[in-house]
Design a binder for this molecule. Structure first.
Ligand code: FES
Length: 140
């Protein structure tokens, strides 16, 4: 336990020095929406310009309200924190409302991440939007 705390403190310090604000670091360390959803309504995958891969799982109710979202991510701390923050922005929203979420909204929740990681926010948002579009086109 002591070892775990020490290593997460070291990670926290390293991320802070790299330019991650506390909310971004917390999202990265907690990873609360990482994983899969069994019986997801939609699973979509996107490869970023950096070559990293994100997979999004969506669960919606009969009124197209987003019940749950999970991500599987092969990517950096910026990508993970951005994806987790994006889920908090869309949970309980309609699919149309979730399509309105943009990189700036996610950045404001994170408060700050290094500038060279801004494309990772784009990947998180684009993957979510791809999932929503693919879900909608299958339903129509
Ligand atoms: Fe590839 Fe961040 S997602 S560098």
């Amino acid at each position: 336990m002591a070892t775990e705390t020490t290593s997460s403190n070291a990670e926290r310090k390293m991320l802070a020095e790299a330019g991650y604000a506390d909310p971004a670091i917390n999202y990265y360390l907690e990873k609360k929406y990482m994983g899969q959803i069994e019986n997801a309504d939609q699973v979509s995958e996107k490869i970023g310009s950096c070559g990293d891969i994100m997979k999004v799982y969506l669960k919606v109710d009969e009124n197209e309200i987003i019940d749950d979202v999970r991500y599987e991510i092969t990517g950096c701390a910026g990508a993970i924190s951005a994806a987790m923050a994006a889920v908090d922005l869309v949970k309980g929203r309609t699919l149309d409302e979730a399509m309105e979420i943009n990189d700036g909204n996610v950045f404001r929740v994170l408060e700050n991440i290094p500038e060279k990681k801004h494309h990772c926010i784009q990947l998180a948002v684009k993957t979510m939007h791809l999932g929503i579009e693919e879900l909608k086109s299958r339903k129509n």
